[in-house]
Design a protein around this ligand. Structure first.
Ligand SMILES: Cc1cc2nc3c(=O)[nH]c(=O)nc-3n(C[C@H](O)[C@H](O)[C@H](O)COP(=O)(O)OP(=O)(O)OC[C@H]3O[C@@H](n4cnc5c(N)ncnc54)[C@H](O)[C@@H]3O)c2cc1C
Length: 396
């Protein structure tokens, strides 16, 4: 049976109760808007499908001070490996931390609720219709809620439903293993095993961490099992997740009428690492503010272009650079990775450590590629395409 909740019409309904949707809800509710978040899962933050690596600066911009339960670990260095080489980059001028998304998402939910947002779990959206200036959002079980705006924060699935296919499979195991070092992230490039991406170890504490793999057309389960075998026993796997990641950059327009996409649903994840807590979270914040402003100015006024412009002026150029760098990454084989890594001088590594910005890392990546031998190597592999990428990069 279908029930229409006429008495409970909302200024905005947010589909998806994860970072971007909850930040949008918090912003709108804090401006006095009546908002409802509909989340399909039974619990906010669960199942967690995230490494949880984020900069302290990013969290501050998002307006969250992690509680003790949310803060898992602080990262002091990254070891980046190729088949036969490895380099170390230190977090000198920035604080990079690992958060527990199960707790983090609840923290945002609590902020949103404190401002008056309503959040419903176990509410799978099965239909959205727009009639007579109202969205009618139907959830499994038949209940229909009405709203003036719909914020689509349903993650990568929204892009897939739009027919976009630039996703790659990933898998991540939570592991207890004595060989996991507390303050070191490991990133492993192996073009044969993880084409177009990499494997990672994110420590969440001494002897605990998340081990992940992603890559084009890979079987994450098989690769994770063989990764663990190479590291050797003892280890215990306490949780396994598999999730697609989006690596093709932002997908414009971010809105169509009063239907607004935020976070992964708008492709707001970094094309190099697929990180989206900060960039997608800011998407939710900018969208929430723009909707609240539009509502307060009256039905016919739209400030949604502000949302898109703000996000693009903050992240647009960086994402464009990262997309160019991704094109290079996808062309490298293991020999080239080894060669590039062997060319990096201690001086360059010091510069990278000093200047590295976790949230805007295109500058650091360009430093890696900026040696004469590497330039020659990439020209040899990619020919005119490489020259074009470098030319286009210098224009951004
Ligand atoms: C393995 C892995 C590791 C990652 N590691 C990091 C990292 O270390 N740092 C970082 O910054 N980012 C990381 N990311 C990316 C980050 O997790 C995402 O960018 C971020 O969670 C996006 O948030 P979102 O709110 O846009 O979407 P999502 O987190 O995908 O949330 C979408 C929500 O919508 C709900 N939903 C979907 N369909 C419906 C429906 N029909 N009805 C109701 N609800 C629905 C889902 O249940 C979900 O809660 C990682 C991603 C993966 C897969």
């Amino acid at each position: 049976m279908t029930t229409l909740h006429e008495s409970t019409s909302f200024d905005a309904i947010i589909g998806g109760g994860s970072v971007s949707g909850l930040f949008a809800a918090r912003e709108m509710a804090s401006k006095g808007m009546k908002v409802l978040v509909l989340e399909e899962d039974h619990e906010i933050g669960t199942p967690e499908h995230c490494g949880g690596v984020v900069s302290q600066k990013g969290l501050e911009a998002l307006g969250i001070i992690p509680r003790i339960k949310t803060f898992d670990n602080e990262i002091r260095q990254a070891i980046i490996k190729t088949k036969n080489n490895s380099i170390e980059v230190n977090a000198v001028n920035q604080k990079v931390i690992v958060i527990d998304r199960r707790s983090f998402d609840k923290e945002i939910a609590f902020q949103a609720q404190s401002h008056g947002a309503e959040i419903n779990t176990n509410s799978l959206i099965v239909g959205i219709a727009y009639e007579d200036n109202w969205f009618k959002v139907k959830i499994k079980g038949g209940t229909i809620y009405k709203s003036k705006y719909f914020v689509d924060a349903r993650g990568v699935g929204t892009l897939v439903n739009k027919g976009l296919r630039n996703i790659i499979p990933s898998g991540q195991y939570e592991v207890y293993a004595p060989w996991i070092e507390k303050d070191t992230i490991e990133v492993i490039f192996d073009a044969e095993r993880y084409p177009g991406f990499f494997a990672w170890i994110i420590p969440t504490g001494e002897g605990k961490g998340k081990i992940g793999v992603a890559g084009k057309s890979i079987n994450p389960n098989f690769l994770l099992e063989s990764f663990l075998k190479t590291r050797g026993r003892p280890y215990s796997i306490i949780r396994k997740i598999y999730a697609p990641i989006w690596i093709a950059g932002y997908v414009r327009p971010f809105y169509n009428g009063k239907n607004v996409r935020v976070g992964d649903a708008a492709g707001q994840t970094k094309p190099t690492t697929a990180g989206g807590i900060y960039t997608g979270g800011m998407g939710g914040i900018y969208a929430g503010r723009a909707i609240a402003l539009s509502l307060s100015e009256g039905e016919e006024t739209s400030y949604l272009s502000h949302y898109e412009q703000k996000w693009l002026s903050k992240f647009g150029k960086e994402f464009d650079r990262l997309l160019f760098l991704r094109r290079i990454l996808e062309r490298l084989d293991n020999k080239s990775f080894d060669k590039i890594f062997s060319e990096i001088s201690t001086k360059t590594l010091d510069v990278i450590s000093d200047t590295a910005d976790f949230d805007f890392h295109s500058f650091s990546l360009r430093q890696f590629l900026d040696t004469r031998t590497t330039l020659n190597l990439l020209s040899a592999i990619m020919g005119n395409e490489y020259r074009k990428i470098i030319k286009d990069l210098s224009k951004i």
